[in-house]
Design a protein around this ligand. Sequence first.
Ligand code: NDP
Length: 399
Amino acid sequence: MGKALIIGAGGVGRVVAHKCAQNPDVFEEIIIASRTLSKCDELKKELDGGKTKVHTAQVDADKTEEVINLINRFRPDIVINVALPYQDLSIMEACLATKTDYVDTANYEPPEVPKFEYKWQWAYKEKFEKAGITALLGSGFDPGVTGVFTAYAQKHYFDEIHYIDILDANAGDHGYPFATNFNPEINIREITAPGSYWEGGKWIETKPLEIKRTFNFPEIGYMDIYLLHHEEIESLAKNIKNVKRIRFWMTFSQKYLTHLQVLQNVGMTSIEPIEFEGKMIQPLQFLKAVLPDPATLGPRTKGKTNIGCIFRGIKDGKPRNYYVYNVCDHQECYKEVGAQAVSYTAGVPAMIGAMMVLTGKWKKPGVFNVEEFDPDPFMDALNKNGLPWKEDFSPEIFN
Ligand code: NDP
């Protein structure tokens, strides 16, 4: 049916490539392109011999011209951007120039400002409409599946959703004193930033990790959860009518937070460049270089993730609560695709998002977030592609 260009061959890129190859009727050909060609070639070796034809290429996606040349060389139907958030705009520009559909998993963040917002990408709406191409933003798990869960709850169970709590638990243990489960730079920037949630039509800002609760996660047990700013809050606040409050929660162990605190106190998480032996370096990028590469955590990580949403609202005039979530096992993911569950839960929905666009189910001109489309085919595809979900109509509620 189609040809996909995957940009980025890290943890998530690996999962996307494997999952595309598991759906050869939709993805007849894939091109895996990244800054380091050897990573793409390694993946190709794993995938060759299947029905999907695999190509590789080197690209610096910060340079729009290089991405345009790559697209012109292979003529893909869609670009799946699983590089870093910094490349979103240059890749979207290349898609516009070549009239190619676009999918990503994280919203644009300027490298020099630790603030991620949709405004830069939403600004492309008219241009994508005029070009007749689709941009699907944030098709990972969170953002991504969390938005699809919301659209599904809205479509099937609620007249009005009033409260949304997104809960992201990772009970995986990799055996290292400190390591991040995905790109350390992106991860640490996210956690050390102020928190925020949406209430009463406006943002309420908190200090980093200021608000803490405890939640009993199905198949995991009790864990501490901390309120974070997260990008899907912004799009859900815009797209879900009558919503009163949206919050995002993530689990962190005390050990993780203590390490982070020390690193912060000594200045290692700063993105302000400093001079070191005559060279300007960014402490956070240096820290990334000394921490374990998330790609190497796969074989060591044991345990499960649980990501889902609790909704509260009304149906037929009566109050209703609804919890929908996915549980994923790190070791099972590793056995299947050679990556742990954090990459797996982001990569599978990126493939499904591309599948929705390629098969025409989610194809319309413009720039969209996932909750703006019919959730049903996406929810079906989650069940078929390794991320089955479960429902609970009387979940634990916390304030
Ligand atoms: P990794 O750091 O493991 O991989 C990033 C990949 O992008 C690497 O292959 C890297 O190449 C490549 N890359 C970086 N810069 C460029 C560039 N300028 N040109 C071409 N390639 C480039 O990250 P992850 O795989 O963990 O994450 C990928 C994306 O997924 C990120 O945007 C992250 O925020 C997002 N994500 C989304 C989630 C969700 O649920 N929505 C969850 C987890 C991640 P090289 O190795 O050569 O440097």
